[in-house]
Design a protein around this ligand. Sequence first.
Ligand code: PLP
Length: 376
Amino acid sequence: MTGLAASAGYAAWAGRGAAWAQATEPVVMTGPRRVLPAEYGSLVKLCFNENSYGPTAAVMEAMRSAFPYANRYGYPDAGIMPAIAAHHGVGVDNVLLGAGSSEILSAVGSAFLQGRKKVVGVEPTFGAVYEHATGLKCEAVRLPLRADYHQDMDGLIQAAKRNMPNVGFVYVCNPNNPTGLIVTADEIKRLLDGLPDGVPVLIDEAYHHFVEDPKYATSVQHVVAGRPVIVTRTFSKIAALAGMRLGYGLAPANLIEQMRAYSDNLSVNVLVKWGGAAALKDTAGLERVRRDILQTRKQTTAALGALGYSVVPSEANFFMVHLRREVRGVIQAFRERGILVGRPFPPMFEHLRVSVGTPEEMNRFLQAFKEILPAH
Ligand code: PLP
């Protein structure tokens, strides 16, 4: 167990699921996966880019301290809005809070796709934005990744120009899910400068905290400069609060105002507001999580390299390994060994996406990998 995993926060979290583990009905996890309650605890969950290390002790303590407010609509909220605003050097009117960043991604779609507008982005990427657009009967213009799996900024600019005046917004996930590859600060600037005037750009920074490449920079600077940019962040990844649901969007006040109509200001619960505020303060705790995850990712991908498999150079808490064979049967073979890995991401049918778990979990993954796939 790592130092972090041995901490009080991790120990508290590790008692997860005890109550419903007695039940016998299959549980539907988010997505199409069905598992029996008794099996859930023993599965190695490397499929949703969750944070297996769990919330830090300070975050757990803050959430526990908020339980006395569980019966209230109006309650002390740990100053979460001003805390986020101060964290980024923006005003509270530049912040929209959501039950996960997913709520903000949907609000962007609802606000800016009005009148059958289109969203422009790459594929594969985080699919929720396109699914929401399709649900609104709006078109998603999806460009392929470049041959090196990077996102094609020139392609996005051209596609936006071709589809004007019907472009509602451009979507860039940075780093991208599922590849883990970044768009550099220079490329983001080139995109913003090259797009037709006023087209909003949604930059999804769910995995921001894991990036080490100095050519990357957050796009919050463009929000501060008043450009039509919406940056989304989440507490699900670095702060390990995926099940608690907290995320936010940062944008110029006029864009936030348009999105506010589509967000429900009661969707975020009191516990996670306290947990989120504590996470913003617990820089040492989050730094330990970040370090442990990156070290574990590097050890795992080095081991895969030694087996003769190449890995897309990820800057996130997950990576893609090139199997040089169809991924679907391999996913099933991992499932039979109690390991959940990522789904296929068309058209990257030979790449397996794997979230970075604890060192113990990654050892189980590597053991299974050696059983399932030949060394090259
Ligand atoms: N954006 C990206 C790129 C993601 O991968 C995810 C979740 O996996 C989300 C957003 C949604 O995260 P949440 O709604 O938990 O904040």
